[in-house]
Design a protein around this ligand. Structure first.
Ligand SMILES: Cc1ncc(COP(=O)(O)O)c(C=O)c1O
Length: 393
């Protein structure tokens, strides 16, 4: 890459971690399926050194395939080093477990991904960590929640299901001034649209299962650290806890990453256009999409993000469960599924609004939509038919 010009996101995604010279000229790295690595001498066995990839000791610890993926993610995030995990949730839990000890206080956003919340409430609390949920719109007021034993502030922005945007630079600055580590689940924006490390965040976590993989097949997580010290702590944590990922899934993660900016552009455009169109529908109470002018998170999104992805929420006016069921069960393009970030559009009805303890929000049935790569007119036609079923039920 050019020495005089900083590469753009498309160039970075296409070239980061790209190392044909180490792989007999092949564009993609080979998929190293390995548990066992053998060494010719005791000295090399002890050092874990097989050239040209030093550090290749055992499959779980790393391979040239995982290194290629981690290098590519590191470049996109603008960090020092990244570490893969078996899933997005695995990455979130490994980061928290590595940084927290019994007696520590954790501030965690009220709007985090449900299973991350369950991990904090059940597992971390059981280990003696004091878990406190904060309002994701708290901004500078988070300072009042800091205690002498606060060790981590854990953010997710925008939040799961409710899509609040957090003031990441302000929260990070305040936390860092007190020596508190800051972690963020950045899966919605990916490093293409938001770069947490630039704002001083210590760990940027990706559920690579979502947009990075992008094809609804691989399960993968990856966390990036800004400097050597934090990277080594992160890597040691993963190795100690047995976190690693399957070789094929890592390969799919890297393959997906090559087209990430291109796909995100399309997901974002379609999602925003659908959100705008849905906001004008009579059946809709409110659309939750931070890139929609008028959304409570719009100003922060505009200030900090360079784009939006395709996941957003739609709060319906009061309709019966039967009517909403008729609406979503008959869809042809929007499929019902718990994930997002793949090429296909998805819709999930939230009949029970997700758990919140720091703030209350809306009444009604919340739909979560993921805009896939289909033609928008086809997606709108699917939704128009769905609204007709909602009205008829
Ligand atoms: C925001 C967020 N973070 C983390 C995860 C967990 O990712 P994975 O399913 O790969 O464990 C998800 C999954 O839906 C998610 O939505």
């Amino acid at each position: 890459m050019s020495k005089s010009k900083k590469p753009g996101p498309f160039t970075l995604a296409a070239h980061a971690g790209f190392d044909p010279a180490s792989h007999h000229g092949t564009v993609n790295p080979p998929v190293y399926h390995t548990s066992t690595v053998v060494f010719p001498t005791v000295e090399l066995l002890e050092r874990g050194e097989i050239k040209p990839f030093e550090g290749m000791r055992y499959g779980r610890v790393g391979t040239p395939t995982s290194k290629a993926f981690e290098d590519a993610v590191t470049a996109l995030e603008g960090g020092y080093g990244a570490v893969v995990a078996s899933s997005g949730l695995g990455a979130c839990c490994a980061a928290l477990l590595t940084w927290l000890n019994a007696g520590d206080h954790l501030l965690i956003a009220d709007s985090v991904y449900g299973p991350t919340r369950a991990f904090a409430s059940r597992v971390l609390t059981g280990f003696g960590v004091q878990v406190e949920y904060y309002d994701p719109q708290i901004g500078a007021d988070i300072k009042a929640l800091f205690r002498p034993n606060t060790r981590v502030v854990y953010l997710e922005s925008p939040g799961s299901w409710s899509f609040e945007v957090q003031d990441v630079p302000t929260i990070t600055e305040l936390a860092k001034a007190q020596g508190i580590a800051v972690m963020i689940d950045n899966s919605w924006a990916t490093p293409v649209y938001f770069k947490p490390l630039v704002h001083g965040v210590d760990l940027s976590i990706q559920a690579a299962t979502k947009y990075i993989g992008g094809h609804s097949d691989a399960m993968l997580g990856v966390t990036t650290a800004p400097d050597r010290e934090i990277y080594e702590k992160l890597k040691t944590g993963h190795v100690t806890m047995g976190q690693s990922a399957g070789a094929d899934d890592i390969y799919y993660g890297l393959r997906g990453l090559r087209t990430l900016p291109l796909r995100l552009e399309r997901h974002g455009q379609t999602g925003l256009a659908l959100a705008d169109w849905l906001a004008a529908r009579p059946e809709v109470q409110r659309v939750l999409h931070p890139a929609l002018p008028g959304d409570p998170g719009y100003a922060l999104w505009k200030r900090d993000f360079s784009g939006c992805s395709g996941l957003f929420g739609v709060l319906l006016k009061p309709y019966s469960r039967a009517a909403v069921t008729a609406m979503v069960e008959g869809m042809t393009l929007f499929k019902m599924g718990w994930s997002w970030g793949g090429f296909e559009s998805l819709i999930v009805p939230g009949f029970h609004l997700p758990t919140r303890s720091a703030r209350t929000w809306g009444e009604g049935v919340l739909l979560r939509l993921h805009a896939g790569l289909e033609d928008i007119d086809d997606l709108k036609a699917d939704l128009v038919e769905a609204f007709a079923r909602l009205a008829a039920a």
